[in-house]
Write a protein that binds this ligand. Structure first.
Ligand SMILES: Cc1ncc(COP(=O)(O)O)c(C=O)c1O
Length: 384
């Protein structure tokens, strides 16, 4: 069977992007590379919907977070971190490694943080330098109300909002200025339709002001140095050149589709997948699901490892299982980036077969396809 990568990252990469990346490597200290880089930054600002600086780093998303902790804070600074999943938990652990005073707003995995919980934490810790929030917690499929937190943080002159939008940017409408986000982060291997290896972040003026007093040691991820180099369409060190050429092409594809159409496609695929799970009598795991992926609870008596490995070994199709404490308890169907309506129908068809083989029969054959098609049909428009 054909290999189908339908996970929440890495996500599939379009042939157009792959073929550009297979060309000869351009030297990075040349006008040719500078033109590519300039195009990429302009395109990124368009996707980020911001006039703030947008930087491109050669690392995965976690590297961008390391850069944030190194460049905007000093040891002992207080940051409020929202937990509730593998990635929320990761940023708290990382901040502690850098000697920050981490105030944890604890959220049960699968739940979303409440504005009130963050307001209370801010009230008890008025010296807080940042609130760190994950927009789409990929490990649980939950969406957090970062934009409500943003309106709160906007009122504070010395506190910034850092948002992990690694599986949210390019999925739904996020606007840093409108949403009160000072640092917005994403990675190449999600909605940007690229292989792993690049991270992007926008930085507000308020955040740059905070960086001036930062006493954290840093070298490779020196964002002031990157900002200076990138303003000249260069990077401080050798960038992942082939990924940048791929980015130029993936941004072009995104521009051809248009942001509003991209958001509508993701919303449609998410709505269809949720309806399909309901038609299969399966329970969604998060209370407030993000549009980037659908996390589903294992039906009684069925191990999700069986569903996940069945799809992998019998259908050559990669979705995602549960991570850490959710291992064996949920499976996750992705719908972000280079996914379309037929990808969803493919996953659903294979899922029905594997569920049946694993002994789950509490559904009418084809029920998920019927439920999803009714919603996905909107995406099959006649060419204009
Ligand atoms: C929400 C979220 N944050 C952070 C990460 C970590 O990013 P990376 O694996 O690119 O370091 C991921 C990766 O899946 C993610 O989904």
């Amino acid at each position: 069977m054909k290999y189908r990568l339908l996970a929440p990252g890495p996500t599939p990469v379009p042939d157009r992007v792959l073929s550009i990346m297979s060309r000869s490597v351009v030297h990075h200290r040349t006008p040719a590379f500078e033109r590519i880089f300039a195009d990429c930054i302009q395109g990124l600002k368009w996707v980020f919907q911001t006039d703030d600086d947008v930087l491109a780093l050669s690392c995965s998303g976690t590297g961008a977070f390391e850069a944030i902790f190194q460049n905007f804070f000093s040891p002992g600074d207080t940051v409020i971190n929202i937990t509730g999943g593998k990635f929320g938990d990761r940023w708290g652990k990382m901040a502690k490694v850098f000697g920050l005073n981490v105030v944890s707003v604890d959220v049960r995995w699968g739940d979303s943080v409440t504005l009130q919980a963050v307001q209370e934490a801010l009230k008890s810790h008025p010296q807080t330098k940042a609130v760190v929030c994950v927009a789409s917690e990929t490990s649980t499929g939950a969406r957090h109300p970062y934009e409500q937190i943003g309106q709160e943080v906007k009122k504070l002159s010395d506190c910034i909002l850092v948002v992990d939008a690694i599986t949210a940017l390019g999925v739904w409408d996020i606007q840093p200025e409108r949403d009160g986000i000072d640092i917005l982060v994403t990675g190449s291997q999600k909605a940007m339709m690229l292989p792993p290896g690049l991270a992007f972040l926008s930085v507000s003026k308020k955040a740059w002001a905070l960086s001036l007093t930062s006493k954290m040691p840093r070298f490779y991820f020196d964002l002031a140095k990157e900002k200076k180099a990138q303003a000249q369409n260069q990077t401080a060190y050798t960038p992942a050149v082939s990924l940048m050429t791929g980015l130029q092409e993936s941004l072009l594809m995104m521009q051809e589709e248009g942001l509003q159409n991209i958001f509508a496609r993701h919303a449609r695929m998410a709505k269809a997948t949720r309806a399909a799970m309901q038609a299969l009598n399966l329970q969604l795991f998060p209370k407030h699901p993000a549009d980037s992926l659908t996390a589903v609870c294992a039906p009684d008596g069925i191990k999700t490892n069986g569903v996940y490995s069945g799809l992998r070994d019998r259908a050559n199709l990669t979705i995602a299982g549960g991570q850490d404490e959710l291992k064996g308890k949920i499976f996750r169907i992705a719908h972000l980036g280079y996914f379309d309506e037929l990808d969803i129908l493919t996953v659903l068809s294979a899922l029905e077969i594997i569920l049946k083989q694993e002994g789950y029969r509490a559904f009418e054959p084809g029920a998920s396809i019927a439920a999803a098609s009714a919603i996905l049909e909107e995406g099959f428009r006649p060419a204009e």
